[in-house]
Design a protein around this ligand. Sequence first.
Ligand code: ATP
Length: 248
Amino acid sequence: MKKIVELKDIQKRFKEMEVLSSISFSVEEGEIVAILGPSGAGKTTLLNIISGFTHPDNGSVTIDGINIVNYKSNKQLAKKIGIIRQQFDLIDDLKVIHNVLAGKLHEWGFIKSLFSLFFPQGKDEALDALNKVGITEKFDEKTANLSGGEKQRVAIARILLQHPKVVLADEPVSSLDPARAEDILSILVNLARKEKISLIASIHSIEFAKKYFDRLIGIKDGNVVFDLPSNEITDEIIKDLYNYQELK
Ligand SMILES: Nc1ncnc2c1ncn2[C@@H]1O[C@H](COP(=O)(O)OP(=O)(O)OP(=O)(O)O)[C@@H](O)[C@H]1O
């Protein structure tokens, strides 16, 4: 299997605080991976480093065989990495279809994307993506009018137009109620599997992590403390990760 993301000895400090000491792991094509760890463990920092948004102090990030520092532009990197943020990063004033078409920005360039605002190009592909996430009928709606779960579906549809090799999602469902969160996670994971996209998501819910992800990586005190298939994760391992105290 091809390695899509490879991290070697990643270290990051903010002033005198060392957040990541030495993180190494790789993720193969189509792998569905959750990053777990207590609040402040550095999950967001790690995802930001993988996306190229934050530079590590030490170590290397390789995306699809190329060191991230050798990607010539953000546009080139966007062909490999799709990002789903907690706040969705959608433009509320635009119609749903235009937000989905923004997935083409890296491919089309600014002028063609601007043109597509008035004369949507690639509309069929966008409608097909909206169909895959189950909200085709909202294509003409102003994005601001959508619920949180619907907005997250639009963000996933936009990623589908981007055709990345890996999707990074930072707590993608933490703002949704449990039923909606499960809907979104299953859409995200099933589409990633179908399109052979690697998925790396930070997630707070152990239950959802075990249910939807194949491999769980725990980080604590700046290091990887476990990296296991979900079915090998025991209550003991989780207790150690979060330092739960037994009630006496
Ligand atoms: N730009 C920054 N400048 C200074 N400190 C930072 C910066 N970004 C993150 N930190 C610190 O690094 C630590 C790790 O933060 P990070 O957001 O990566 O943790 P996390 O595991 O994602 O936490 P949570 O689960 O609460 O979202 C925290 O102590 C945070 O305050």
